[in-house]
Design a protein around this ligand. Structure first.
Ligand SMILES: *[C@@H]1O[C@H](CO)[C@@H](O)[C@H](O)[C@H]1NC(C)=O
Length: 312
């Protein structure tokens, strides 16, 4: 098959999220509020961790990096979702569509590995507390964070190389409000079974495998915590349940979007919104509301900001 000049599709059409003006307005409010919450909440975590030297431990450095990834992940889709709500033609150019897919998977892949790293960090802290400082030193922490970004890069590139050269010549209706591999591949004018399998394996199986791995790891850590019950028990339990909540929230939509063989538009929409809008705003809430150190640090930071403003 000649693929060189096959691409005649120069833009894709995205799905309309709401038909009625009232619904558009409601969604506009909802998404805008959440997106502002995502930006403020996650940036607040990042700055709290950076400026409070008491939080310069691997757990909080990882948390701040997770906040950055969350911020990036929702920025791949939410601003466009908001601006598309009121526009009549919901088209996205071929290259913007490719870029959007690439960044979704770069951020998504990095987030996945970061969640594994955070579980590993808790495993060492709780199951090997005496070796924690030697194993999770700053260098190790930096290496693992770098590994998360490299893994995200490999994950995104490995799908991207297949899609960028596909011939698109027929329908250009993505059938979703953002571009993603499973939907876009279906539009190519050629047999795509094999490619669909690549996408399912690369996104679906990986997210399912990671999910079960993480859940089993956390159960293991929880069992260990119970065995060595000390007064740290409730603190560890809160931290771990926060991590587990985030894992479930992030992976359930992923598994559905990439593995469920019978996509339905309404469920698709719902799960995508959970991953891009709800989870990124819940992360800061979950971590800060349940974490005493974080709350104390945030209060300290806001006091400093207020008092420095009073001085100037
Ligand atoms: C993210 O991780 C890197 C590497 O460890 C660290 O230097 C950086 O401060 C972290 N980012 C934030 C916002 O804490």
């Amino acid at each position: 098959m000649d693929q060189v000049n096959g691409s005649v599709v120069t833009e894709f059409v995205l799905l309309e999220l709401a038909q009625s003006l009232a619904m558009q307005f409601l969604l506009f409010l909802f998404f805008s509020l959440f997106y502002v919450g995502i930006i403020l909440g996650n940036l607040f975590i990042v700055f709290t961790v950076i400026f409070d030297s008491r939080l310069h431990s691997p757990m909080y450095i990882l948390l701040a990096n997770l906040s950055l990834v969350d911020l990036g992940l929702s920025s791949t889709t939410v601003p466009r979702m908001i601006s598309d709500l009121f526009s009549d033609c919901k088209t996205i150019s071929f290259y913007n569509c490719m870029i959007q897919m690439f960044f979704i998977h770069l951020m998504g892949g990095a987030e996945m590995v970061l969640l594994i790293v955070m579980a590993y960090d808790r495993y060492i802290a709780i199951c090997k507390p005496l070796h924690y400082l030697t194993i999770m030193n700053l260098k190790m922490c930096m290496t693992l964070i770098l590994a998360a970004w490299i893994a995200g890069m490999i994950h995104a590139v490995s799908q991207f190389v297949f899609v960028i050269n596909l011939p698109f010549c027929g329908s250009n209706n993505v059938g979703s409000f953002y571009c993603d591999f499973p939907r876009v591949i279906k539009l190519a004018c050629m047999e795509t079974y094999r490619l669909e399998f690549v996408v399912i394996a690369n996104s679906g199986f990986i997210s399912m495998g990671t999910f079960f791995f993480l859940i089993v790891s956390y159960i293991f850590i929880l069992v260990t915590v119970r065995k060595h019950s000390s007064n740290d028990l409730s603190k560890a339990f809160f931290t771990l349940s926060a991590h587990i909540t985030v894992v479930v929230l992030f992976f359930t939509p992923c598994m559905f979007l990439y593995l469920w063989p019978f996509p339905t538009k309404s469920l698709d929409k719902f799960f995508a919104i959970v991953d891009f809008v709800v989870t990124p705003v819940l992360n800061p809430a979950i971590y800060t509301l349940r974490n005493r150190d974080m709350k104390v640090a945030m209060r300290r930071l806001s006091r400093q900001v207020v008092s420095s403003r009073e001085m100037t």
